[in-house]
Design a protein around this ligand. Sequence first.
Ligand SMILES: [Zn+2]
Length: 424
Amino acid sequence: MLVREAKLLNGAKEQYLALDEAIRTAQFIRNKAVRFWLDNQGTGKARLYQLSKELPQEYPFVGKLNSTARQASAERAWSSISNFYRRCTDGAKKKGYPKFKKHCSSVEYKQSGWKLSDDCLTIKFTDKFNAGTFSLFCNSETREDLLRLKINRVRVVRRADGYYAQFCLDANRQESGVYTGKVIGIDLGLKYFYKDSQDNAVEYPQYLRKSEGRLKKLQRRLSRKFVKGKKPQSKNYHQARKRLGRCHLKVQRQRKDWAIKQARCVVASNDVVVYEDLKIQNMVKNHHLAKSISDAGWAQFTQWLDYFGKLWGKAVVAVNPRYTSQDCSNCGHRVKKTLSTRTHNCPRCQTEICRDTNAAINILKRGLEILGVEWNSTQGHWETAEKSGTLGETSTSAVEGKPDSVSRIAEPRIATARISRYTA
Ligand SMILES: [Zn+2]
């Protein structure tokens, strides 16, 4: 599935209000479905579909929403319920009991309830909310895809700066990667965004820090306009609220854009990428580090590493970060150090390098162990380990630069790397 997005423009105020109403109705149906599941034991997906058909009899306004969109809302409820069941059977610590939603911001249509014009320049919503026609603002790539591919679903999303239509297209992104024969280990840090095993550092452009002053100012203005207990709040309050929302949206987009570009760079110029699998949520609990960590957007970065790895058939491996910053990358001697110690000094082999580089080399080693390949740092190329199993042959030929064989080792491993990350 491929998702493309276009902004909905040139609508009258009433048209956008109609979209709001549709979104609210979708939320209502979802919540009703969860309520039904709570009250009736053994409710399944089919029963919720049935419920989405019955609801309009009781609440006439629900009937205004397209029938497939009603179904999609019931599906949403079911996905939260089935995820809860799955976590229960998995024995997860946090079960994530289905909750009622209060601030939904999207509604999903399937095959009907909307119509694209032949040139894909406008979209018309045809259900009884009568939202009418909007212009679609998007790049040419998206427009070509809309003309070419089959559209499975259309989702209307409300954001701080307007309304968007997301098109779920019936295609898979397929690209062939360029193979370079290089491997890389990545240590995510606070001082740098990451440092790799070749001692290259990438610094984080602190967008959030820069915009922070502005965010704080807007937040202050908003709180000044808030009157406790007043309902509704004043017009000025809502104006300020929207302004703050737009500012947050901008920072969010800048961060995402940067994370994607970095991840793309890393995966494009390496065949094997190894990173440490950090438990970011746990780390954010440390309040001294919380802001820098969530600011740095590591989670997003590693997600995109995985994505590009899959897209280009390269091996992207997450490894357990335990002791990577303490063990000596040269002889394996464990050197205890605190967060503030910036260099790694090994008493046994007298190695003296930056602590982050040391960690990056350890991470790379650990990743290659998982893949069954041995890294030989003095000769600068990688050799197959004799002890490695079935992967031995294919990875040797990978060094000789046959892209086909690289993808052969890469593909089956990507899926398993996440599972077997702690086996090494
Ligand atoms: Zn050492």
